[in-house]
Ligand binder design. Sequence first.
Ligand code: PLP
Length: 414
Amino acid sequence: MKDTVGFNTKILHTLTSYGQREILPPISQVSAFSYESMEELEKVFAHKSMGYAYTRIGNPTLAAFEQKVNRLEGGIGAISASSGMAAISSAILNVCESGDEIVVSRGLYGGTIDLFHDLEKLGIHTVCARNINDRDELEGLITDRTKLVFSELISNPSLMVLDIPEVAKTAHAHNIPLFVDSTTATPYLAAPLSFGADIVIHSTSKYINGGGNSIGGIIVDGGRFVWDFEKHKALAEFKKYGKMAFLLRLRTDLWENLGGCMSPMNAYLSYIGAETLGLRMERICQNADRLAHALDEEEGITVSYLTLSSHPCHEYVDKLLKGLGGGILSFRTGSKERAFKIINALKYGLIASNIGDLRTLVIHPASTLYIHSGKEETEAAGVFDDTVRVSVGIEDPEDLINDFREAVKAADSE
Ligand code: PLP
């Protein structure tokens, strides 16, 4: 099928290889696969014939989900993982060894920042750019030991947007790939590979699944980066596979050995969830835009949302995000006490530590997601003591806006 069709048609009509006329992939809820002869299984293990041996290494339901997301992102292949964090850690460890460095943007999701501290203990050093879109700054941070540049496309929750074409240009000039966590942008707002990114990662626990029913992650390889095996020594053994080296090392070595595979049931649920991604994101972005503008009119509330002209990354909405602002907004209330009161007074905004659900979710990030991070890291992520993060859902917009207005009124009259 040509990729000239619209997003929703493409996502519903991805041709996947399960192909027994089922309209959805069967759930292969098995640990292992049996063979007629030992010779056949030997060939599968030796990668001389296609087949599944053991679900930690591969499974048809995982493959169906991987193919669907890969098609949306326009990659040469994808590997699913047990969580977004498993996807990020596997992707980084696939190309980095002790002594290597990675350059990352600041203001990333707190769990990813925590992972960088863990990587530090393994000898992989993280260098943090204050503004990764500033070419001079980025150039100054790249050294001979730098193996990749990593950033979120829309950072959660600071909502800083990665200028993919510019950052990719600088990284590529140094033979370094650009890894993009596109969880909050989703394939509906942008296909990072088409702008020059090399590896795209999602926490599928969020918008791709959408229903809040399973944790998962995925790594998609664009296949355009020309690996320099002298520089990327971690991939040297896979040199003969050329542009497939990254995926093959992951699939047959690192990802397989780390053991962070997605469960078949989660792959099935995420597959079904992904099919409504376009419709959900359309509604979520409309709701978020309306809620952001409505909250911005409230006394003593300062809203951060990409479609507001006051946002420092507003220019990227049209340049990279199809004119949409995504599903996350945050607002400052003046004090932690007022933030808590507003959150507690909400009827439809559920207090929960997640984003990308059908339902609107709210949290006070400073006392939860950033509890392990230092003040500087926390503030760099756009999180202050009075910040409320909102992951906007698909509720009727009038109900949502009224809920937040009433909550502010209730908090101020206490
Ligand atoms: N990346 C981003 C941008 C996130 O917001 C999160 C989780 O909130 C993750 C990665 C981690 O995903 P998971 O919780 O599926 O491990």
